[in-house]
Design a protein around this ligand. Structure first.
Ligand SMILES: [Zn+2]
Length: 262
């Protein structure tokens, strides 16, 4: 496979600290030409920019505060995000959103941090990289208030139901698929309706180092996911939709280039 774009790779994660150059080389060898490095906190966003800066078109970054990190989010943090977003390597705000599955931050703090970042999105030309788990109702309600005034948005690592998928699509949002769809224990429902996502609204991502695709053969001994495993996500989507993997690769990359203005 070639020409793939991984729209969500946490390359500034500490698990890549010792070998990020090898990880990037393996990704390129596997046909992943471009990776968008996810920012998940103020410091993490700085780190994502440090990984991506000056390395376009191979690497870009996002800046945002993840719902897990939203406790303590304040105006000062928002100002830093706004400043970091001026970097030429930054192509989206986020990830930001709501996660009621883990509840690592109180829901009230999650909603406040998310709302502040949505408000920032209305003042910037950047699209938004959205995270939602078990929080679709609140997510839709909050997005509705901002949708008309923000640029595009992608629900990254979509894991929800068919119903919530269509609510997001109806709002004109994009969808990111990870190795979750490769998981025979909890991702089979995604295979049933991934074909309903319009081809110009679907993108692929690894969310590395998380979500190692369970279809990898042979399974690596370590459990760390890497962008070089993105083809397994593409293969599974191709299988589920009866399309050629090369077509899924090309179409998702075209969509990513348009969405992130690469
Ligand atoms: Zn996420």
């Amino acid at each position: 496979m070639k020409g793939l774009i991984d729209i969500g790779a946490n390359l500034s994660h500490e698990s890549f600290r010792h070998d990020v150059e090898e990880v990037k080389a393996r990704a390129h060898a596997a046909g992943v030409d471009t990776m968008i490095v996810t920012g998940t906190s103020v410091e993490g966003s700085r780190a994502a920019i440090a990984v991506a800066e000056g390395r376009a078109p191979a690497l870009y970054a996002t800046v945002g505060v993840h719902p897990h990190d939203s406790e303590g989010f304040d105006d000062a943090a928002l100002r830093v995000l706004e400043e970091l977003a001026q970097s030429p390597s930054v192509r989206a705000l986020g990830e930001c959103g709501l996660d009621y599955n883990r509840d690592y931050s109180p829901r009230e703090a999650q909603r406040a941090a998310f709302e502040a970042q949505l408000e920032l999105a209305t003042r910037m030309p950047l699209p938004v990289f959205l995270h939602e788990r078990d929080a679709a109702d609140d997510m839709v309600a909050m997005l509705r208030d901002y949708r008309d005034r923000m640029a595009d948005g992608v629900i990254h690592c979509f894991t929800g139901t068919r119903e919530s998928l269509f609510r997001y699509l109806d709002m004109g949002l994009y969808v990111g698929m990870t190795g979750w769809i490769c998981d025979e224990r909890r991702g089979t429902h995604l295979r049933e309706f991934v074909g309903a996502i319009p081809r110009d609204r679907l993108m692929v991502e690894t969310d590395a180092p998380y979500l190692l695709p369970r279809t990898i053969r042979p399974m690596p001994k370590h459990r760390r996911n890497e962008p070089c495993f993105l083809p397994y996500v593409v293969e599974t989507i191709a299988e589920a939709t009866g399309r050629a993997p090369e077509d899924v690769a090309r179409e998702t990359a075209d969509t990513a280039r348009r969405f992130f203005r690469l």
